[in-house]
Design a protein around this ligand. Structure first.
Ligand SMILES: Nc1ncnc2c1ncn2[C@@H]1O[C@H](COP(=O)(O)OP(=O)(O)OP(=O)(O)O)[C@@H](O)[C@H]1O
Length: 372
């Protein structure tokens, strides 16, 4: 029967390997594992941000992928082709098809913008000119080709550096804190332009940063790194809203922590009882909430608002400090129940005087529960 005839395998339908594939990558310095068993894949057109605190091994990872640092173990593949592996195979940086962009990028001062962009390009003159023209248009610097780097602003130089790195159409673009040398005012605009250009070029991007805001803004996927390991990978939304542990939650914002003991999948707290399924009876748990998910309510002659299923029971506190940060206000409370300090944030201006008694409630849907 026609419908049951088995189709011959069609090689063009096979799933292509990821653009960049790193598995079991390791590197030690002085007997200490700086990168320990790191695994990561990035598809063409995808931006992955390697995010983590200073010293967690981000740059070392990037340098091994670039081929300027030798791994102690693990495999790096680009488009399925081995760049380095445990058996001693090791392709030099110039044979990997990677583009690099670092914080202290330097344009060649004696070359014009066009010559800088064309620097890594082979091929005939006409093809080179076409590629340079196309990139100058992408970075909004048409007409700047004959200028020299010192005639450009910091942001313009940064865009030229991006065009220079992208000119040879690298298969993978490796960026190490590329925006940290820029003035705050410029940074957001440059990040957006850079992202747009990277997306148009369709290259796979690994961007190293220690700034959560940058990762949230730029990444399709965030790989959160700690002590040489990726502790969580996911979309910015998932990493922010479903952190793997307390430290992952704390990396993105201040957090408040309420401690308790789980009994029969419930933990009693001053904010009412919380469902804590999956935690052993008698096990210590931490309920974590970000400041923007604590709700503030007024005192009604010694009473707070009524408990609700969404926000549980209110708990009373006294304001110790209020700070206005422009977009929001941060208010610290000393809580009646144990004297601990909790911080709530409110959009806009809210500046109660120290000593004001107020009530706090926790948005149940925004709490994270972790084993202590
Ligand atoms: N060549 C080296 N020799 C000895 N130790 C090194 C070397 N390179 C890096 N390290 C150490 O490895 C650890 C990780 O460094 P790495 O630069 O990868 O971290 P990072 O996460 O990129 O941090 P940062 O954001 O501060 O650059 C650090 O403790 C660093 O001192």
């Amino acid at each position: 029967m026609e419908s049951l005839r088995r189709e011959a395998p069609n090689p063009s339908r096979q799933i292509p390997p990821p653009r960049l594939e790193v598995s079991g990558l390791r590197r030690a310095f002085g007997g200490r594992d700086v990168v320990a068993d790191l695994t990561l894949t990035i598809a063409a057109g995808q931006v992955t941000c390697l995010l983590g605190p200073s010293g967690c091994g981000k740059s070392t990872t990037l340098r091994m992928i670039a081929g300027v640092e030798h791994p102690d173990g693990g495999t790096i593949r680009i488009d399925g082709q081995v760049m380095s592996d445990g058996s001693g195979r090791f392709l030099p940086p110039e044979s990997r098809g990677v583009g690099l962009m670092f914080q202290d990028f330097a344009l060649f001062p004696h070359l014009t913008v066009a010559q800088n962009v064309a620097f890594g390009l082979g091929g005939d003159r006409a093809a080179r000119d076409r590629r340079v023209g196309e990139l100058l248009e992408r970075i909004n610097l048409v007409g700047y080709g004959a200028k020299y780097p010192h005639e450009l602003s910091g942001g313009e130089q940064q865009r030229v550096a991006l065009a220079r790195a992208l000119a040879p159409r690298p298969r993978v673009m490796l960026m190490d804190e590329p925006f940290s040398g820029l003035d705050n005012r410029l940074r957001d605009g440059i990040r957006d332009t850079t992202l747009e250009v990277l997306k148009e070029e369709g290259t796979a991007v690994l961007l190293v940063t220690h700034e959560p805001d940058e990762a949230l803004r730029m990444a399709d996927e965030i790989a959160l790194m700690r002590d040489g390991l990726i502790v969580q990978r996911g979309s910015p939304y998932n990493i922010y809203n479903a952190p793997a542990d307390r430290a992952a939650a704390a990396f993105f914002s201040d957090i408040n922590v309420i401690r308790g003991i789980s009994k029969g999948a419930l933990t009693e707290t001053p904010f009412g009882s919380f469902l804590t399924p999956g935690h052993a009876d008698g096990g210590a748990v931490e309920i974590v909430i970000r400041p923007q998910h604590l709700k503030i309510d007024f005192d009604r002659g010694g009473r707070g608002p009524n408990p609700t299923p969404q926000d549980g029971t209110p708990a009373r506190g006294t304001v110790t400090r209020a700070r206005y940060l422009g977009r929001e206000s941060l208010v610290d409370f000393r809580m009646d129940f144990d004297g601990s300090i909790l911080t709530a944030s409110v959009p806009g201006v809210f500046m109660p005087r120290p000593g004001t008694v107020l009530w706090l409630m926790m948005r149940r849907d925004r709490c994270f529960v972790f084993a202590a």
